[in-house]
Design a protein around this ligand. Structure first.
Ligand SMILES: Nc1nc2c(ncn2[C@@H]2O[C@H](COP(=O)(O)OP(=O)(O)OP(=O)(O)O)[C@@H](O)[C@H]2O)c(=O)[nH]1
Length: 371
């Protein structure tokens, strides 16, 4: 009960979309840091006891208001229209400005601002590119330099110039070092994301190689076997029929012998394109091996299956493939078509389709035998 209330509150604060949650988590952390810095600065001003209260309250209101605006811009989705929807640069620049103006009020405790400034810049390590990191460091150095010079001029007793020069020199060493580390991290992040993309591409390529026939682009034997296994399970669960056809190009050896192997390849590609186009979108044509193909007609009984295969046979018989040098080739296809019988193993259905194919061959080719 308590857990679910906490989760609901969390969802209310961060939203439910993962990227948005990540952005708001980061902003919430920055807000927490800001909230912790406020009593610290109040304590420092109390300690200095030099009457800077109105400025302190203005600083508190602007700091809280600024963070609230950043939160609202991200939470409402408004920031999505910007190039940087996380508002990383805006948040860091705002926090640097708050730290610099806090430094001007902190008096003897102003040294505590430096670790806070380091923390602020560390937020950039998750998001910033090298250029952003260097620009923000330069911004921090310039702003702090101006504040230090101003305070040393106006209140040299509390901000002795020699001490401020020391502070400035320390920042001049520290800030470029942090920016350099951020830049290195950014390069590592970019390399990792490039590698991840490369891996995803390689995986997609491997999947294509494992499931597709390279010559025709059709599903290969392994993929067709998987599709038939799935269809077998579906047909058992929903008690529907499906058909399988084995197709073999007629006298294909002659194409190779008369026009060369490359021409044979071109004919196989043209057969694949025309055959798949002649079938319904749900029917699958696959290369079973050599010049042998297999068609799976899911959720189909014999009459529509026969109509579909007859359409394919006619399209192939009418197909003229240009094989270069002005020559063209025409081929026909013999087909053994059978319906799967419930309870039979798949291998038996395929053997029957194969027998019917050889019957079609022996009866004169360019025909369909069913059984
Ligand atoms: N170009 C090309 N030829 C192939 C490919 N795979 C198999 N073949 C050829 O296909 C031919 C098949 O010939 P056969 O099995 O003797 O049969 P056929 O000439 O088609 O005659 P029937 O099947 O009896 O009508 C062989 O010459 C194989 O080399 C391929 O990927 N590309």
């Amino acid at each position: 009960m308590a857990m679910s209330s906490i989760r609901r509150l969390g969802d209310l604060w961060l939203g439910t979309e993962p990227t948005l949650r990540l952005r708001l988590r980061q902003t919430s952390l920055a807000m927490a840091l800001m909230c912790l810095s406020i009593p610290l600065l109040h304590y420092a001003v109390d300690l200095a006891n030099d009457g800077g209260r109105p400025l302190l309250w203005a600083w508190t209101a602007v700091s809280l208001g600024g963070m609230a605006l950043v939160y609202a811009a991200i939470r409402s989705g408004w920031s999505l229209r910007l190039a940087d929807p996380s508002l990383t640069v805006v948040q860091i620049a705002f926090a640097i400005a708050a730290a610099a103006t806090g430094y001007a009020q902190a008096g003897p405790l102003r040294g505590a601002v430096f670790p806070v400034l380091t923390l602020i810049l560390m937020f950039g390590m998750f998001q910033l590119r090298a250029r952003g990191a260097y620009v923000l460091s330069l911004f921090a150095l310039t702003l702090f330099g101006m504040v230090m010079a101003y305070m040393a001029g106006r209140r040299p007793a509390a901000y002795p110039p020699a001490v401020e020069i020391g502070h400035f020199l320390m920042l001049a060493c520290m800030l470029p070092a942090i920016a350099t580390l951020t830049a290195r991290l950014s390069r590592i992040r970019r390399r990792l994301s490039d590698q991840r993309e490369e891996l995803a591409r390689a995986l997609a390529q491997l999947q294509a190689i494992a499931t597709r026939d390279e010559l025709t682009g059709l599903p290969n034997r392994r993929q067709m076997q998987a599709l038939m296994d799935q269809e077998l399970l579906r047909s058992q669960r929903h008690s529907h029929d499906f058909c399988v056809a084995i197709l073999d190009l007629d006298h294909f050896k002659r194409v190779n012998d008369e026009h060369g192997h490359a021409a044979g390849d071109e004919v196989l590609r043209a057969f694949a394109r025309t055959g798949q186009a002649a079938l319904r979108a749900t029917d699958v044509l696959a290369r079973w091996g050599g010049e042998e193909f297999l068609v799976l007609l899911p959720d189909t009984s014999m009459p529509p299956a026969l109509a579909g295969m007859e359409r394919l046979r006619q399209h192939i018989a009418a197909l003229r493939t240009d094989v270069g040098d002005g020559a063209s080739v025409m081929v026909t296809v013999s087909i053994g078509l059978t319906g799967h019988r419930r309870g039979d193993p798949l291998a038996e259905t395929l053997e029957r389709a194969d027998r019917l194919l050889y019957q079609a061959k022996s009866e004169g080719r360019d025909r369909i035998c069913i059984g």
